[in-house]
Write a protein that binds this ligand. Structure first.
Ligand SMILES: N[C@@H](CCC(=O)N[C@@H](CS)C(=O)NCC(=O)O)C(=O)O
Length: 103
């Protein structure tokens, strides 16, 4: 396993941040990226199509094989559908609050 798995992606004072495992050609990844950008959230993207070790890290962490897989802090959110459901039900904003980019 590489030394730069997501658990090492600390940002000052805010834990591991938002991590999204993606590939370059995945439409669900584009939608998830758009939603997080629209919200003004800072996130780190890990391209598992370019890094097979990170694909394995994603599988181990999430128990899933599809992309995207999104983590907010230590919490596994799931894919785009799961992210969108949080948004629809008003639960996303509180989760993103610690990770908003400065205005
Ligand atoms: N319901 C999932 C669907 C994700 C999905 O189907 N992703 C495709 C790429 S766009 C994928 O990973 N396909 C590979 C596979 O199914 O193993 C979500 O909303 O994230």
């Amino acid at each position: 396993m590489s030394g730069r798995d997501a658990s090492s992606l600390e940002t000052a004072g805010s834990g591991p941040g938002i991590v999204m495992y993606t590939t370059g050609t995945c439409s669900y990844c584009w939608r998830a990226r758009d939603l997080l950008e629209h919200k003004g959230a800072a996130f780190h993207e890990i391209r598992v199509d370019k890094d097979v070790e990170q694909r394995e890290v994603m599988r181990q962490r999430s128990g899933r094989r599809t992309v995207p897989q999104i983590f907010i802090g230590e919490q596994h959110i799931g894919g785009y559908d799961d992210l969108a459901k949080l948004e629809r039900t008003g639960k996303l904003d509180p989760l993103l609050a610690p990770y908003l980019k400065p205005a």
